[in-house]
Write a protein that binds this ligand. Sequence first.
Ligand code: NAG
Ligand code: NAG
Ligand code: NAG
Ligand code: NAG
Length: 884
Amino acid sequence: MTSGEIRYLLLFLLLFLVVPTVVISSKSQPKFTPKDNYLIDCGSPEPTKLEDGRIFKSDKQSSSFLSTSEDVKATAVEKVHNKTSSMSSYALLMFPFMDLYMSARIFPDKSTYSFFISEPGRHWVRLYFFPMKNPDYNFTAAVFTVTAEKTVLLRDFSCPTPLPVLKEYLINLKKDRVSLVFTPAPKSIAFINAIEVVSAPGDLIKNTAINVVSPNTHLPNKEFTGMDNHALQLTQRINVGGPLILPSNDPLFRGWQKQDTFLKTRSFARNVSISTKKIKYPGENKINSQLVAPAKVYSTCEKMINANVAAPNFNITWEFPIDGGGFSYLLRLHLCDIISKQLNDLYFNIYVNGLDAAANLDLSTLTSALSTAYYTDLFLGEDFIHSDNIIRVQIGPSDNTETGAKNAILNGVEVFKMSNVAGSLDGLYSIDGLYKGVPPEKKKDETVAWFGLVLSFFAIIVCAVVFYKWRRRPADWHLKGSLSSWLLPIRTPKNTTKLNSSSRTGSNRRYSSRKSKSSNFFSAGTIGIGRFYSFSEVQEATRNFAEKSVIGVGGFGKVYMGNLEDGTKIAVKRGNPSSEQGINEFQTEIQLLSKLRHRHLVSLMGYCDEDTEMILVYEFMSNGPLNDHLYGPGGPNGALSWKRRLEICIGAARGLHYLHTGAAEGIIHRDVKTTNILLDEAYVAKVADFGLSKTGPSMEQTHVSTAVKGSFGYLDPEYFRRQQLTDKSDVYSFGVVLIEVLCARPVIDPSLPREQVNLAEWAMKMHRKGMLDKIIDPNLNGKISTASLKKYMEAAEKCISEYGSDRPAMGDVLWNLEYSLQLQESSMDESDIEESESGGGGKHIELKPLPKILEEEEEEREKGDNGGEEILESSKSGYSYNGS
Ligand SMILES: *[C@@H]1O[C@H](CO)[C@@H](O)[C@H](O)[C@H]1NC(C)=O
Ligand SMILES: *[C@@H]1O[C@H](CO)[C@@H](O)[C@H](O)[C@H]1NC(C)=O
Ligand SMILES: *[C@@H]1O[C@H](CO)[C@@H](O)[C@H](O)[C@H]1NC(C)=O
Ligand SMILES: *[C@@H]1O[C@H](CO)[C@@H](O)[C@H](O)[C@H]1NC(C)=O
């Protein structure tokens, strides 16, 4: 090869490498990478990829999205009609989202989606609704309320017409998580097709806007400050004089409609457009100003027709219908002088609802250049909205200029509704349902005074009652729900000892009188306890209780693996009827488990009490107890990754949290340990063994006095000392589990030096010395992100606090673990650590960590004792067998 050839080759390569990148970068839009980017296609069985490249994750993929039990929710799927030419501009804007409208999640009860917020500030919240046809649910009849944090987004909302609806909000989020709460009206359902919660650029909405003041006051326009305190809802977003802009062509995925019917004086206006490449953006930080609106908005406008006539004397008018009822609005006008040939040639006026918003506006002095993007924010107080509920924007030529062209332009309009005094974007009721409207007019000062007197009298009484109740509050009142829930009269919970006594007497009766297959005890006492299994059936399934089938031994008896005729695998627990302890545990377990159903609790499939047998039949958990995967008699069973360990802990915490707060009476497990956390084939953790469980203290009691039971190493020292059981005892045991999971050694190991025997004590000692890394499972070395470990240990340390009152509620533990997982995932994302999932049969499904969403504990707690949605009253959906 000659040097000339090489030169040509190099040139060729250069052309190949350089030219395409240049073209791409000049064509590419400004990029914005949101810190928080939650895209969810609700009810969809799989992720949905939109034409614009965004992937909406299914809320079924992660169990942690919703605060409601996942098993009851129905999904409706329907193909939405095809794109047609007769579709309106609005419908066309919707079209790229059609895939999102094909499935929905339905909520028969109040339900919550929660999201971590990594960076406080304005976030888009976009809600997609489509009332699809469904044989089981009437979507068009659904009436519901949606709130986000302190803001009411939709109140008694419905979609009566079968058209897709997209609601877009910009909410200033201040906390590290946000909850979207869906509350159906009585006897109705709520539904949602898709959700976006996405960070918006910090300076997209400024705290100040121009306050349009009536010209009659002869005051200059003032500034309105405090926009940051208002949530915004998009009313209109218009590309004036230009085409529709699909979300895919906007760096922030906003859709811009055509002006269509909003332009009232069509014959007075003429559209102008120039190449988008000619549009310049002001400021040093060009990227940020480019995000305000795409160049496509600024490159088109409407100007006045007949501009050549000596003195055009008319306005161009746009009318934007809005909701009435005491809302203020933020009006953003996008302006860009694309019609002038020289600077300082265009002076014009802008009016809003007949008032001067800008007089003799000269864009040249504002931008110092032609074809340069500019926008102005106008605050329209509620008193400037007339009864016709229209925002009327008019532009007209300035009349007191001698020079320059008589013309006026407008490039784009955005109208946002601002949240009102009630913190609402829909009606005057606050999130607590309180009416915040204008009180009835005061007639006389005298009545006001009387009213005040009466009011203060009541206030004193209320204060006294509150004080009295506060003095008598249970020690763990904060577990029991919000302040209001225990201040209000509460239905007295059932006597907590009832379960115990009834089961005991019941058992005696049962054992003396039992002859038939289905005993009186079960048929009369409990509902929904699953299917009855005949002894021969169980015998066959377990090959006559072959020793080979034994998978565990508990206090209650041996546990066998079995295969039913239809191929279903089961776990069979066979009790020893001669032990009184066994009988009680048998009944406790049946009574509790039959009332409970949760993804993270092992479910009871049925029982057998033929003759003297006490047999419980459970779903089979193919990966066995958690401790087997940490360490075991036969050496470690393959190390679990840190992420998987966190997921397992989160699952178990979720199950316990549900026990403590979800059931009608809080339930204390009393024997939380790694052998009682079972893993199914997908490593989903389920809490098992409710034999020792107790229904928790009632509102009046702070604890249950009981003989100390549980397992050494996990036992709450306070419970041990005082013999008083609270749900904080479970929290303690769970804290020990967390440490065990991290260190992968038995919690009590007598073979070790004295100070190391008790794992929890030893780990805390090492942690305080900053030598935790010495005792962490060597399999995890270098694979845990520091931030994740810190959060995890924080949670574990609090759990094993000496005093129950210092320990967090299970919901808080859960939150910390979720957070720890997210920290781990984001660190994996950054460093691209390929973590090998060597835990056995499980597949690593999520290649890229997708947004993680947390259950909202407070919401659940608020639901308090009506957690009925998670308790299946009927045995049908939970326990019956289709196959048999
Ligand atoms: C939509 O279009 C597809 C193919 O373009 C066609 O198969 C389908 O029948 C159409 N659906 C409706 C409802 O028109
Ligand atoms: C659904 O409810 C709406 C409004 O209540 C009613 O008009 C409609 O007939 C109902 N549709 C069905 C299929 O029940
Ligand atoms: C611009 O004006 C022409 C003629 O008046 C019209 O046909 C066209 O639809 C307009 N374009 C837009 C985007 O409004
Ligand atoms: C334009 O509209 C404003 C406000 O409605 C009005 O005061 C003004 O007289 C109008 N100008 C013309 C030329 O009609």
